[in-house]
Design a protein around this ligand. Structure first.
Ligand code: FDA
Length: 280
């Protein structure tokens, strides 16, 4: 059951609640991407079921008439069991998305999944152009990955990275993560394919805006993305300034790992939860 503090970050347990959240966002001029929560599936039957559920979500988006794509995690589709199985599921989802005219973003998970995720992406991308990936600025390898994705003509969502990673592979200092974010955002804005600048950080957003303006990059050439429930006023303010904004709307019964990542990323959220619980 979705407990109360988590409802700030998760639209609900049912797809209908996610469609409703997308409809509300659309009414404010904001696009959506729906994420059916779940990850690290170890049972092939469960991976099949996740694939079928995502196909239902795509049909639901079309039936509801909301302007939304989907975001998927390959470990929910069986990457831990067998990359071939995850590939089969990914292709089924991409085909279903093609049929409904939808866009699919493959989320990036912890560092051990980065190479397998990019490998699978490269395999499917030539035949399916309705899919993009995510690159995390905290990882030292990401400068090279961004160049590879630019060369491939793939759309990248740039994020800082939500997973705890060792210093050998990730910048331990937040300033370095931010500097890398600005550098990579610049590369993607200038040479990438419709990049998504996904952050709630004002300094990163204003850097991207100034960079795009200085180079005459049109507002339709990229989009900002934020997470459901975070910085709602800024989402609207950016739309009012003429930028495209997409909000990531998670839903489903398996909300705990996602909720935990949102808490870990900001200590104020932990006090918010403690205050909420103690008030009840
Ligand atoms: P940062 O953490 O520095 O926060 C900047 C400011 O934003 C804070 O000061 C606060 O005001 C606000 N803020 C940030 N997080 C908040 C929170 N949890 N609660 C309340 N306020 C908050 N990661 C990943 O590894 N793989 C992925 O596929 C994705 N996908 C993804 C999609 C989208 C649309 C977004 C916006 C983010 C992701 N992420 C992700 C998560 C991302 O890596 C990162 O963990 C969070 O966006 C937080 O980082 P910020 O860039 O917002 O900066």
């Amino acid at each position: 059951m979705l407990i109360w503090p988590a409802t700030r970050f998760v639209a609900g347990e049912q797809a209908a609640e996610a469609f409703e959240a997308a409809r509300d966002l659309n009414a404010k001029g904001i696009l959506a991407t729906l994420d059916l929560l779940g990850e690290n599936v170890t049972d092939p039957e469960e991976a099949h079921a996740s694939c079928r559920s995502y196909i239902d979500v795509l049909r639901g988006i079309a039936d509801a008439g909301v302007d939304s794509g989907i975001s998927i995690k390959l470990t929910m589709l069986g990457l831990d069991i067998d990359p071939g199985l995850a590939r089969e599921h990914l292709v089924s989802i991409l085909q279903a998305a093609e049929a409904t005219g939808s866009w699919v973003r493959i989320d990036m998970e912890g560092s051990r999944y980065v190479q397998p995720t990019l490998d699978l992406f490269r395999e499917v991308f030539p035949a399916h152009r309705n899919v993009g990936v995510v690159i995390q600025s905290m990882l030292r390898r990401s400068a090279q990955d961004v160049e590879d994705m630019i060369r491939l003509g793939a759309s990248v969502r740039l994020v800082k990275g939500a997973y705890k990673e060792p210093a050998e592979i990730a910048f331990p200092d937040k300033n370095d993560v931010n500097a890398a974010f600005d550098r990579l955002a610049g590369r993607l804005l200038e040479n990438g394919e419709r990049p998504a600048i996904a952050t709630h950080d004002d300094a990163r957003i204003e850097h991207a805006i100034a960079f795009a303006a200085a180079r005459g990059i049109t507002l339709g050439g990229f989009e900002f993305q934020m997470l459901y429930g975070i910085r709602r006023e800024t989402q609207i303010a950016l739309v009012e300034r003429g930028y495209q904004m997409r909000v990531y709307v998670p839903f489903g019964e398996k909300w705990l790992p996602y909720f935990y990542r949102r808490l870990r990323e900001r200590k104020e959220n932990v006090s918010f939860v403690l205050r909420s619980v103690s008030r009840r």
